[in-house]
Design a protein. Structure first.
Length: 425
């Protein structure tokens, strides 16, 4: 049997219908939308009805621009995003290195806590910490033992589960279509500024957006000829995210706002399950909790894979520089066989279990949110710099619209960062 060359493989892939070869966008969008995003959208709907629906939609458009710029950098330059940061200055490596170590420690506990909440509600025979530890270990094994193709299929299956359960909940809630349409008009209700900024900047946006290029590379998209496919992939993913977010706002507006129930934090998702159970029976309660679990677990395994790839690229580049060697080529970097990749996954899994002993899962999740806010301004503003530089061929540089979106989102993320840090301290 004659093995195909890379060029033949690329040509064969490009002949497929485009919708059949999309995938990395689904991974990055699903990883970015975690239980915290569901809770934020739900609380916004519960507090303000459909008034902030427009903000959730704008937030998805912002994430399309960010992920598209990340993917375009990888394809147009043949370089990884970390190589781009490195070219700006070594301070980026210092910032990222300190950040990713601290963030990983806190995120590991937050992800395991989010995944354990619905499992504990469905199966109270095991303790919360037991479910959290099992979630982390199972996620570690799934990511460590499977190739990207299998990992992508697992995420796609979980996304399908998320979509079905949340859309079903929204349909049962019987959305008020005229009110929904009115909610697309930009308005900020009294006391709703922070919710508005949070919905625009928070939903679907985490450090995993920087991992999009690595998943694009793993998919086999290696040069600028794949930019159109990447854009389609990214757009489809965030359109689905938009529908997902809208569905959660419907649930918040119709079940919570109408019932005048006060909600706060990720535990509000458990309360929604109870409301659904009271109205439509235990089957619907468990269905919603399964969707809650799928949302949390998708984020967990997405970070275990994507941020570990990003860390491996960082570690291999810094190590090569310290030893006076050439930087690895992009095709040589961020392999799932790298000891740095596996080491960071272990860092995400086992040391954070110490935080679980504090018995304050919500506090851990809040701390993760504050740390997460430190990365998005960095990503938006460095992409703005890189995608207008001579490192990118002129025809693939930013247009005026991309520049406006990245600049505005960078300012927005900076404002959210200040607010999160002020709330934390």
């Amino acid at each position: 049997m004659i093995a195909m060359t890379d060029q033949q493989t690329t040509t064969r892939q490009q002949r497929k219908p485009r919708w059949r070869i999309v995938g990395p966008g689904i991974v990055v969008a699903a990883t970015g939308v975690g239980a915290g995003d569901l809770a934020a959208t739900l609380v916004a709907g519960g507090n303000y009805g459909y008034a902030l629906l427009w903000a959730a939609v704008v937030g998805c458009l912002v994430k399309i621009a960010l992920a598209e710029a990340t993917g375009r950098w990888h394809l147009a330059t043949g370089s990884t995003i970390f190589q781009g940061w490195w070219s700006i200055g070594r301070w980026t490596a210092v910032y990222f290195g300190i950040y990713v170590v601290i963030w990983g420690f806190v995120y590991g506990a937050a992800a395991m806590s989010s995944t354990a909440l619905p499992l504990r509600a469905m199966f109270p025979q095991l303790s919360f910490n037991t479910w959290a530890v099992l979630s982390g270990v199972v996620g570690l094994v799934l990511v460590m033992l499977n190739r990207y193709e299998v990992f992508e299929r697992i995420v796609a299956a979980l996304v399908g589960l998320m979509f079905i359960t949340v859309i079903t909940s929204a349909v049962l809630a019987t959305p008020n279509v005229p009110d929904m349409l009115a909610g697309l008009a930009p308005t900020v209700p009294d006391g709703g500024l922070l919710y508005t900024l949070g919905l625009i900047g928070g939903v679907g946006g985490t450090i995993t957006m920087a991992a999009y290029g690595y998943w694009v590379h793993a998919k086999g998209w290696r040069d600028a000829s794949w930019i159109k496919v990447m854009r389609l992939d990214n757009s489809i993913a965030y359109v689905l995210t938009g529908l997902f977010v809208i569905a959660m706002m419907v649930v918040g507006a119709e079940l919570i706002y109408a019932s005048n129930i006060a909600l706060e934090g990720e535990e509000s998702l458990l309360e929604v399950g109870n409301v659904l159970g009271d109205r439509y029976g235990d089957t619907m309660r468990y269905t919603f909790l399964v969707g809650f679990w799928a949302t949390s677990f998708t984020s967990l395994i997405g970070v275990w894979n994507g941020v570990s790839l990003l860390f491996a690229d960082f570690a291999e580049s810094v190590t090569a520089n310290l030893r006076g060697r050439r930087l690895p080529e992009p095709t040589e970097r961020a392999s799932t066989r790298s000891p740095w990749f596996r080491g960071y996954m272990l860092w995400l899994t086992f040391p954070p279990m110490l935080l679980l002993l504090l018995g304050e899962p919500i506090a851990v999740i809040i701390a993760y949110g504050a740390l997460g806010a430190l990365f998005m301004p960095f990503l938006a503003l460095t992409l703005l710099w890189l995608m207008n530089s001579s490192r990118v061929a002129r025809e693939h540089r930013n247009g005026w619209l991309s520049n406006v979106v990245l600049a505005v989102s960078g300012l927005l993320f900076f404002m959210l960062c200040i607010n999160e840090l002020r709330g934390l301290f």
